[in-house]
Design a protein around this ligand. Structure first.
Ligand code: ARG
Length: 596
């Protein structure tokens, strides 16, 4: 039997389950009641059930009376032990749950290590098979600032899903089969370039070759035909062009691997668009047979009449084009084939795509098409989610660019982050040996870059600001990293291992202790919120608030006091804060430092 006494990493979920059980045993409700247990306004409690209101309204009942009845049933049942949780009625029909000091102490004792957190959080997504499609850049082009967000947000989401028990596959769906290869091969041949002897930045050189080639095409239309012919040869498997293509892909992968390493990005597989070149035929066939796709001016297209902008009769018709007039596959057909592969091969129950906001229409059409196709063929339909984001802006509120108006190379951005962080670290800690300063600066710089990208709501644009992201004040990586380092120094000074088993013997007492304890218990709700719509900024806000609660506690209550039971209890709060901050930072892809 479930009991609120059974300590749960996520008390909200336990309360929710207990309420459902109580309700199922009574005749107060018909089916369809969701207690909607959420974190409460801390003045009233830790959690609040809001669902009575909605239910009462829908069923024409008095919400306060209903809430009163649930409250009574809950108090009478053995599921809610009054020594652990206090229930009260509020407003027009809310039920508040306040965990007692005893419960908080027990919770802190139980969830003592990062492993315990993970075990607790692992129930959220237990074993769910999820393919995450990121960072999925295109080959033969240098990475620029536009590649920052897919790497940063993608990695954070992958780590979050892993932590919450999903069985994830991180699939880098690289664009390695585009029309740009025609131009590139044309230009390589024209210039007689040997791909085995490029300079020390081969990807930059390829990038330049492509740019030169496409500029020339504009001047000499004949070259365009040549490029097209090279592309066709590649698509038909010509050995020379295939060998060139393989080298180009390898050079790109190599260059990206270097960036992944610096960014802490860990992909499992890279099945590029080329992997699906022979798998698109089945898509054409099945969609045509099911009368979902049709020919339109030579191309194969899918209309979604139920959505105005994709409908046939729209004034600017905008179908989902899945095969070009010349018979070639495209981004859309490849993506359709990819979904089928992910479902058949990986048994994906869910697929999460990460790209910028500009691809929203593509994914909307892709998902609609897949739903119709899978229904027609009786394939298991995965949950499909497009996680998109806004633009990184400069101080002038326009997309962030170099002074001369070019896109900023990602490597240059990472180098600058480290350099600027070094200046900050050297100023704060002039006595550290330079080597250590550099190591710290590297983590702080890259961490700051990532955190600034994660801390704002992803669907909004944000202004790129070095000074703000590297500041030790405010919702920044340096602030959080410093909070961890400060706790570390307490443990270093006292010679106590922060990972040693600690027990909270007496009850939590002071206001600051209690506030911090409640904040620590809030990690699971923060994870819930973050996962619901895959928005990492919720976790950032939580960590920032936790660091604030810790700081208030530290200023108000001396840790190393004479009384051993008080000292133990406060050291335990320090250790748990440290665990939680470390867990959160690592989930965001930021490696905490021992000292700063
Ligand atoms: N390569 C694409 C781009 O750079 C992103 C791919 C996203 N993934 C996908 N399955 N469509 O825009």
């Amino acid at each position: 039997m479930l009991s609120i006494m059974e300590l749960s990493f996520n008390p909200a979920a336990t309360i929710d389950a207990a309420l459902r059980q109580i309700i199922s045993n009574s005749d107060l409700f018909n089916v369809g009641f969701d207690p909607e247990v959420r974190p409460a306004d801390p003045r009233f409690g830790d959690y609040q059930a809001n669902g009575v209101l909605r239910y009462a309204k829908k069923n024409g009942k008095n919400p306060r009376e209903l809430a009163q009845a649930i409250l009574k049933a809950a108090e009478e049942s053995e599921l809610f032990d009054a020594s652990l949780v206090e229930l009260s009625l509020a407003g027009p029909g809310f039920i508040n749950f306040k965990c007692t000091h005893a419960y908080l102490g027990k919770w802190l004792n139980q969830f003592a290590s990062i492993d315990e957190y993970q075990k607790g959080a692992g129930r959220l997504n237990a074993g769910r098979k999820i393919v995450i499609d990121y960072p999925s850049a295109n080959t033969a082009k240098q990475a620029h600032i536009g590649h920052l967000r897919p790497m940063v947000i993608g990695e954070a989401i992958a780590r979050l899903l892993d932590f919450c028990g999903s069985d994830t596959v991180r699939d880098n769906h690289i664009g390695d089969w585009g029309t740009n290869f025609g131009t590139l091969i044309m230009q390589i041949k024209r210039e007689g370039v040997n791909l085995d002897h490029l300079n020390e930045d081969p990807l930059a050189q390829l990038d330049q070759l492509y740019k030169d080639g496409s500029n020339l095409e504009k001047q000499e239309p004949l070259l365009r035909d040549q490029s097209r012919a090279e592309l066709l040869k590649l698509q038909e498997g010509d050995p020379q062009n295939t060998a060139l293509w393989e080298k180009i892909v390898a050079i790109s992968k190599n260059a990206f691997q270097k960036l992944f390493q610096q960014m802490g990005v860990q992909v499992d597989i890279s099945l590029g668009e080329s992997f699906y070149r022979d798998r698109v035929e089945r898509v054409y066939r099945e969609l045509t047979d099911a009368e979902i796709a049709e020919l339109s001016e030579g191309a194969l297209v899918v209309w979604h009449d139920e959505v105005k902008k994709f409908a046939r009769n729209n004034e600017r018709p905008y179908p989902f084009n899945i095969r070009k007039k010349d018979g070639a596959s495209n981004y859309a057909s490849t993506d359709l084939a990819t979904i089928l592969y992910r479902v058949e091969h990986f048994k994906a129950e869910e697929i999460v795509y990460l790209t910028d906001a500009r691809q929203q229409d593509h994914f909307q059409q892709l998902f609609l098409t897949t739903q119709k196709w899978f229904r027609a063929c009786d394939y298991p339909l995965p949950v499909m989610r497009h996680v998109w984001w806004g633009t990184i802006l400069g101080k002038d509120k326009k997309p962030f660019k170099t002074k001369s108006g070019e896109s900023i190379k990602l490597q240059a951005l990472l180098d600058e982050a480290r350099e600027r962080a070094l200046a900050v670290v050297a100023k704060k800690n002039p006595d550290l040996p330079e080597k250590e300063q550099q190591a710290i600066a590297s983590s702080v710089g890259i961490g700051a870059l990532k955190y600034a990208d994660l801390a704002s709501n992803r669907t909004q644009d944000y202004v790129f600001d070095w000074d703000r992201m590297l500041s030790f004040e405010g919702n920044t990586a340096p602030y959080l990293l410093y909070a961890v380092a400060r706790i570390n120094s307490i443990f270093r000074k006292t010679g106590i291992d922060p990972d040693a088993r600690m027990e909270c013997v007496g009850l939590l007492e002071t206001e600051a202790e209690l506030t911090l304890a409640r904040k620590l218990m809030g990690l699971s709700s923060a994870l819930d919120l973050t996962l619901a719509d895959l928005r990492p900024h919720f976790l950032c806000t939580y960590l920032f608030e936790l660091a604030g609660a810790y700081s208030s506690f530290y200023n108000a209550d001396k840790v190393m006091v004479e009384d051993p039971s008080i000292r133990e209890r406060r050291l335990l709060l320090c250790a748990r804060t440290r665990n939680t901050l470390i867990t959160g930072l690592q989930l965001l892809g930021i490696e905490p430092l021992e000292r700063m």
